[in-house]
Design a protein around this ligand. Structure first.
Ligand code: SAM
Ligand code: ZN
Length: 412
């Protein structure tokens, strides 16, 4: 079967291919080994049609989030994936999400469309899936009228989804689910700050918690794009994994919803001398620029989404779904969801133990011991999925440092 399909396909596709399986989807993709740099680094952007096996985890979580969303709204779903590559994501949605009515898969690349068509047919989904070859803006604009809109749009482009947000919010139904991937981590993490301001209308911060700031910046740009259309935003779920960040949001109709979402934007300031941080909520509520702990100058980030990044019920429901559906990497999914469930409800930003150790000149600080100490003293303190050495805590920096020093004296 594998050889036979390869033989058939090589007549159709002007590049070599291989058959593989991702969760429920049987796929033909560009031969992976052709696009390795050295032995280990796979470069999907060099492939004639995009397929990144590393993103199977991203797609696992997308399946879970859409399953939870479908259960909540209790109606059949119209779904759109404007940047489909080889079709894997949409095919998985059609096979793994219950009660999908129709899916539109789209890509500008004609070779991607040919391969998607082949994969859709191979999975027996020609009835459920329509394939289009359009610019993503044109596709979404052609679905901006009331009866044409989608329940779910999953934007998974190259780099930043920000240029596509206006088109996406117009093409989504009232209360629809909009999922976004961003892979342009250099702007979002403050390595290229002016690119970040251009794309996300907010200033980044190159700190140990830059991945969380990145998620908050992406949400800021979505809130501002949606507000122009009198649409509001709430957040179901978000995560930072490998080389990308991802958010799952609900788009709400009405000027008041837009005002509410804008009311959740704010700023963060960070002191690079002593690691103190502070945040404010409100677009004109500017935070102090002098550090209350050491008197140093604080660097500012924002505007940022300053509300919650995770809805605890939604995360819990995703965890329940993860136990019952076929996934690419169930263990990794369960691990991520379990850590996120501990950090739900925690304050913005997190401390990184190695950064505290370095700041104090104390080697070998134990994350577990510091969390225990903080909890013992009545503070909120948990792990964070953003960083394996991170602690999300409402304890002020001077307290955290005092406990770190006490632990170190005790250990020596
Ligand atoms: C990151 S890949 C998509 C990966 C896919 N979502 C997945 O899960 O495997 C981005 C895709 O967007 C397509 N693309 C780039 N610009 C586009 C545009 N303006 N409109 C539609 N498709 C576009 C590219 O051809 C590429 O296949
Ligand atoms: Zn300071």
């Amino acid at each position: 079967m594998k050889n036979q399909s390869r033989h058939q396909v090589e007549q159709v596709f002007p590049f070599s291919t291989e058959a593989l399986r991702e969760a429920s989807a049987v796929l033909l993709v560009p031969r992976l080994e052709t696009y390795f740099k050295g032995r280990r680094e796979y470069i999907p952007s060099r492939t004639p049609v995009f397929y990144n096996p590393l993103m199977a985890f991203n797609r696992d979580l997308a399946v879970l989030a859409i399953r939870v969303y479908q259960r909540r709204i209790q109606r059949s779903l119209d779904v759109c994936e404007p940047f489909t590559g080889c079709g894997v994501r949409g095919i998985r949605f059609a096979k793994e999400v219950q009660n999908v009515n129709h899916i539109v898969l789209n890509d500008l690349n004609p070779q991607a469309i040919n391969l998607t068509r082949f994969n859709v047919e191979r999975n027996g989904l020609s009835e459920e899936i329509t394939i289009q070859q359009m610019d993503a803006h044109a596709l979404m604009s052609s679905h901006a009228r009331p009866k044409k809109r989608f329940d779910v749009i999953d934007l998974d482009p190259f780099g930043s989804p920000s240029p596509f947000l206006d088109s996406a919010v117009r093409a989504i139904k009232k209360g629809g689910l909009l999922a976004l991937t961003a892979t342009d981590m250099a702007p979002l993490c403050g390595v290229k700050p002016s690119a970040c301001v251009r794309k996300y209308l907010g200033k980044p911060l190159r700190t140990e918690y830059c991945h969380e700031v990145a998620v908050r910046l992406l949400l800021n740009s979505l809130v501002l794009a949606a507000a122009k259309h009198d649409l509001g935003v709430t957040v179901f779920f978000s995560h930072s994994t490998d080389h990308y960040i991802r958010v799952y949001t609900q788009i709400l109709h009405g000027a008041q919803k837009a005002n509410d979402a804008i009311g959740r934007l704010g700023y963060l300031v960070h002191c690079f001398h002593c690691l103190n941080r502070k945040w404010t909520i409100g677009l004109s509520n500017f935070p102090p620029r002098t550090c209350a702990v050491c008197g140093g100058e604080m660097a500012v980030a924002g505007p940022l989404w300053m509300d919650s990044l995770f809805d605890s019920d939604f995360c819990r429901e995703m965890l329940e779904e993860a136990r019952s559906v076929e996934l690419g990497d169930r263990r990794r999914v369960l691990r991520l969801l379990n850590v996120i469930l501990t950090e739900v409800g925690g304050p913005p930003t997190y401390y990184v133990v190695d950064k505290i150790s370095k700041n104090l000149g104390l080697p070998g600080l134990s994350k577990a011991a510091l969390i225990e100490k903080l909890i013992e003293h009545g503070f909120h303190a948990t792990e964070t999925h953003f960083n394996p050495r991170g602690i999300r805590s409402d304890a002020p920096i001077d307290c955290v440092k005092r406990f770190a020093e006490a632990l170190s004296i005790h250990a020596s």
